[in-house]
Write a new protein. Sequence first.
Lengths: 113, 113
Amino acid sequence: GDSVTQMEGPVTLSEEACLTINCTYTATGYPSLFWYVQYPGEGLQLLLKATKADDKGSNKGFEATYRKETTSFHLEKGSVQVSDSAVYFCALSERNTGNQFYFGTGTSLTVIP
Amino acid sequence: DTGVSQDPRHKITKRGQNVTFRCDPISEHNRLYWYRQTLGQGPEFLTYFQNEAQLEKSRLLSDRFSAERPKGSFSTLEIQRTEQGDSAMYLCASSFSLDTEAFFGQGTRLTVV
């Protein structure tokens, strides 16, 4: 069945450090891929998405590229800020499975000044 | 439209009581999802509606759980005879169509004592 595996946390970085959170997926067809972010006390917000192979999603300095050959969708940011501290979830949805969303377990990021 | 709204935000109930949660999706969205999130985990799919039709239910959704979306607008999730294991964050999300992102509400946190 469909599933998402993402890097375990927690991750602690200094401000302006580079970030990579790994995400790999298993799917029976051609899923759409997403990164959601959850700030403390808030709901999930879409950060970026990609709907087909080689697409790059980007938002707020974050990027992720849909790599079909490695079934990956790693999240990257060149210079993190304290305000990026949150939990990040990789997710997929697929027509074959009724478009429900499958989420990874989340990666907690703390950025220290 | 202010997004997906859920009510209540918090609910504390005694074991064995029934609880009902409400979700108001974004108005033009025809798909509505319910998820459950426990501490340190990603959201787990419970059920999904397209308009008023409940198209899919997870095996996580025991017979104590029931969801409705009577007019294809708001939805309710009822849990009967609550158990301590039901304590979690219940998330509602809506989306417009296939291959689009889901927008999440802030969730209802249920504590069963």
